[in-house]
Design a protein around this ligand. Structure first.
Ligand SMILES: [Zn+2]
Length: 88
């Protein structure tokens, strides 16, 4: 009897987070998201400061200390000595 080797499942490419991209576009470039989208809601929630858990996205450029921007509340964050993100 000949054993068949299982075909390896093709790896799926990670899907881009369009909401996070739209929120960052608003924070960095002032581009308004389409009304009624999750990004528009997130930005509206920012106005009232509702952020239960920060979701930092690193915005560090070459030669800078590690910096991030929370995609939910838009606040600046810095990386602490233990590698966790803290409010700047
Ligand atoms: Zn936040």
């Amino acid at each position: 009897m000949r054993l068949r080797r299982r075909k390896a499942e093709p790896r799926r490419a990670p899907r881009p987070n369009y909401m996070a991209i739209a929120v960052l576009e608003h924070a960095l470039f002032g581009i308004q998201p389409e009304p009624g989208t999750a990004a528009a809601l997130t930005i509206a929630l920012r106005q009232v400061g509702a952020c239960m858990t920060h979701r930092p996205v690193e915005t560090t450029t070459l030669g800078q200390l590690p910096q991030a921007l929370c995609t939910r509340c838009g606040k600046s964050m810095i990386q602490g000595d233990d590698g966790t993100w803290e409010m700047a």
